[in-house]
Ligand binder design. Sequence first.
Ligand code: PRP
Length: 202
Amino acid sequence: MLTIALPKGRIAQDTLEKFEKAFGEKFVFEDRKLILVKAGFTFLNVRNQDVPTYVMHGAADLGVVGLDVLEEKEYDLIKLLDLQLGKCKVAIGLRAGEELDWSKSIIKVATKHEVIAKKYFEKKAMAVEIIKLYGSIELAPLVGLADCIVDIVETGATMKQNGLEVGATIMETSAHLIVNKNAYYSKKAAIFSLKEKIEAVL
Ligand code: PRP
């Protein structure tokens, strides 16, 4: 039996579709249920940012999560497979027509990706004040809360519709199957058999 933490929403649906193709079974969470047990798997329905936490603590053997979330958590987990779902990038967003003023003594950056943003500006030897937000990040530069944002860009529509421009790309991301280190060794056969079956339907 393998336990797999899935991020609520579209990525969970798309992942379960892959499982459906790979194992010929329907995998659907009932109504408000957060656990789904079927065909030798236990799926957990958790918040995106909580997936690495379940896997790190061994409450789930595996998880599905974007590389950006993984990078933020800085946990020691194994990346098993790129599911090629939820492809997007983490990028800078600026008010349209503006550029980052590198001569400023400090730049204010609004983001929910604190670690990624901090590392990016550190590498450029630029002092930043990180303003942590949980959503609607695009609003911050419009009302003077920040000079720029670091956020997820998929189509770029959200930035565009809010008068922002997509700047430098910090990282590309997509949903990956991740594994707990202990489970990787103690359940190696089951995990590799799963990996092969999922790979075959990608
Ligand atoms: C992300 C991100 C942007 C939007 C970008 O939000 O924060 O707002 O998607 O997509 P686009 O480039 O196609 O417009 P998400 O929908 O993941 O919601 P969240 O902010 O609650 O994480």
